[in-house]
Structures are given as C-alpha cells and as structure tokens.
Design a protein around this ligand. Structure first.
Ligand code: ZN
Length: 264
C-alpha cells in the first residue's frame, strides 16, 4: 500500500510503502535527498482505514480481514492504554511500565482468545461493568468466521454492516477511554524518538498526522471541548445515530482523507 510523500528539499512527490513500524526512510527519486517520514497512527486505525479503502474499491471479502484485525489490535491498544494509565496512577516510571507490559503481552501475543481475555478484565476493572459486547453479535464474530475460515463470499452490504458494527464498538470504547488513549500513543512517540536520535545528520525527519476515521472524530471532540466552556449535552430532539448511520457519516467525513491509499 503506497502513500504520497513530499521531498523537503525539492518539494516533489515520492510514493512510499506503508511499513508496520510507521517509520519510512525515503530517498527522493528526483534529487536524491534523504528523509524519514514518521506517521502518527495506531495499528488499529491503519487496519480499519485499509479495510475501508478495500471496501470502497470493491474488495468486500478482503475488507473483512482488515476490519477483524483492526478490532483485535484495538483490544490490544485498550489493554496497553489501561495498563500504562494504572502504572502512571501508581507513580511508576513510563519506560519501566512499558517494558513490564511488553513482557506480559508476550505471553498472549500469539493467541487472540487470550488477548480478548486480557481485554475483558481490563474493561471490567476500568469501567466496573461487564463487557457485554463480547457476546459475539455486537462484534459480528459469526460473520467474520464464516468469511475468514469457511471461504464465504460476502456481498458489499453485509461487509458494510459488519464494518459499521466494528466502527461503532471501537468508537464507543475510544470515547470511554478518553485521554487515557494518550498513554498508549506515547509508546509510539518513544519508538519514533529513538529512531530519530539515530538518524544521520543528512536525513530530514518529517512527522505526519494521517487523518484516520477515528482520529478525525477524536480531534473533532477535542476541538469541540476546547471551544465550549460546558460539556456538550445531547438534546431531546436529536436522535442518536445508529451504527450504520455513524459509519456512513464518518465515511463521508473521511473518504477524502482515505483517497491517498492506493492499492498497488
Ligand atoms: Zn527531492
């Protein structure tokens, strides 16, 4: 999956391939200048955007795998954010908390059922409630398994409905997490900082905020909370959007931002 980058030396475009680390070393094909693009985006956002792009391009079946992976990585993100939040409350040091967390995650990294178990406990401890959405219906688990494990070829509308469920669930949990999400984001910043420190002097560092669907909503909320003195309240005349409407709205807001994704 390629995305456009702008050379800081000659301002011409070079396409780079998204990496798992979100760190992209580029040599300009026009002027040979070297630069490094750091993309501030979480794995779950990247996967959800890739799924959305695949769906918009007509690859409904392929999109399911990306949406399912986005949810799994979001559960990991939630556990990390919660664990780092608790460590901060205890007055722990961030680097040490992160190392302990990563050591713990190694025990569950290769089994998604174990990860869901960790998430369920994190949710219970943080919210004091049962994660009732883990029942399967809210997560579309049957549909996901049918597509991924039994070769079912879904129609566009079915995948859109599945995407809307996943979107609603992640959006709700992100809203509940609020600023706690920043603890997990700080971990990515530290990886970036370490890479930045090791870059040779002739390489220019560029930090990019890619507008993912969730990021846009969160920045929107921050913007609202800064511009209003009192918290927003939902008035009685406003009907809350259902999952499909919320997904469609986010898609309208973000489809422009997703156009930079291009399948090779
Ligand atoms: Zn250049």
């Amino acid at each position: 999956m390629l995305f456009p980058t702008t050379c800081p030396n000659c301002l011409r475009e070079n396409r780079a391939e998204f990496t798992d680390s979100n760190i992209h070393e580029v040599t300009c094909q026009h002027c040979q200048a070297r630069y490094c693009v750091f993309v501030r985006k979480q794995k779950f956002e990247m996967l959800f955007d890739l799924g959305t792009r695949a769906l918009l391009d007509g690859y409904a079946r392929e999109a399911v795998a990306s949406f399912a992976a986005a949810l799994e990585r979001f559960f990991e993100f939630y556990v990390r954010a919660y664990a780092l939040e608790r460590a901060a409350e205890r007055g722990g040091e961030f680097g040490e908390a992160l190392r302990t967390l990563e050591g713990t995650w190694r025990h569950v990294v290769s089994q998604s059922e174990r990860q869901v178990g960790m998430f369920a406990l994190a949710y219970l401890l943080r919210e004091g409630q049962e994660p009732e959405f883990l029942g399967g219906k809210a997560m579309g688990t049957d549909f996901r398994n049918k597509v991924i494990h039994r070769g079912y070829i879904p129609g566009h509308a079915e995948v859109e409905e599945y995407a809307a469920r996943i979107f609603a669930l992640i959006d709700r949990l992100l809203t509940e997490l609020g600023d706690t999400a920043q603890h997990a984001e700080l971990a990515q910043e530290q990886v970036f900082a370490a890479h930045l420190a090791a870059l040779p002097d002739n390489v220019t560092a560029i930090f990019e905020e890619h507008p993912g669907m969730f990021r846009a909503r969160r920045f929107g909320q921050e913007h609202l909370s800064k511009s209003r003195a009192t918290p927003l309240s939902v008035t009685g005349s406003q009907t809350p959007l259902n999952n499909a409407q919320a997904f469609q709205q986010a898609l309208r807001e973000r489809s422009q931002g997703l156009s930079h994704f291009k399948f090779k």
